[in-house]
Design a protein around this ligand. Sequence first.
Ligand code: SAM
Length: 353
Amino acid sequence: MTVPLVPVPAPVPDATPVDTLGRPLRDLRISVTDRCNFRCTYCMPKELFGRDYQFLPHDQILTFEEIARVARVFVELGVEKLRITGGEPLVRRDLPDLIAMLAGIERADGTPLDLTLTTNGSALRALAGPLADAGLRRVTVSLDSLDDEVFGAMNGIDFPVARVLDGIDAALEAGLSPVKVNMVVRRGINETSVLPMAAWARDTGVTLRFIEYMDVGHSNGWRLDDVVPAAELVATVHERWPIEPVRAAYRGEVADRWRFLDGAGELGIISSVTRPFCGDCTRARLSAEGQLYTCLFAVAGHDVRAQLRGDPSDEALTSFLAELWRARDDRYSELRSEATSDLPRIEMFAMGG
Ligand code: SAM
């Protein structure tokens, strides 16, 4: 008789809440602003987010003290990784001050927090040094093409590739490594950039990750036909430089890892559309205005700002956040279908990408 292999979940320390599907809380993404200096066509198209668009007023976004307090409670509840995002996080004034506050949070077992940030790279030349000095460990930079015409059209403001590459150099010089580079692949828009980006990653040693274009928000008019499936991306790269799969380093790792057989490093593929990974999702998201989302595709958040501004005790805040996680049952990507396409959804820049 063949006994089916059942994956054994990693042991969960007592303080860590587990949701209704057995998933522990491990990662927190913190959005520090809903503003961005880019107008990527698939995220914040300039036709909808022009000069008149009302972004959040300052008094509605969480202060650094509020963010640090929530982050500390999350770390006590078992979070190992904090990722700062937005909007574009580098447009939030004095960001290194927040990084210093977060870097001072200690985990109960003494192991270091994985403190990282996702950025479009446009301000890294100025900020990589101060961020590293404040305690940031590494960065992920978004870059959709090495071709100025393609990249300029996708970022919506003709931002040049060379300045993002210079930002990546600044991050490496400041010791913010490894630098990961995320490329969203859209059918008919930047597919021709896949092999040049892979060649560049092989030469420079950055870790490139292809992301399947997702149906987040409603403003990008997403259609399944616009998605280049992970399997096709693998086949395209494999034909040029043979690759083989690498085991995930830890539960909840978002990207499937692939290794070049000739030893020129690895690349990752984030296939949230064609191969959803809800079963291993250990991630919560805190928006700039203090809404907590337990899924990228959630239709509503939980108002952490109201809790914070009601001046709760640490115990009350801890049990509020732990209970939210225990009640979690989201698995949108596994349920994605015709029936889900019209559900209300929060835009990625508003929730924190
Ligand atoms: N501004 C920062 C940046 O550019 O990395 C952080 C926020 S941005 C929303 C985070 C990531 O989400 C970027 O890599 C972006 O390309 C990706 N993204 C935005 N909309 C997406 C979509 N519909 N599908 C897949 N990825 C998306």
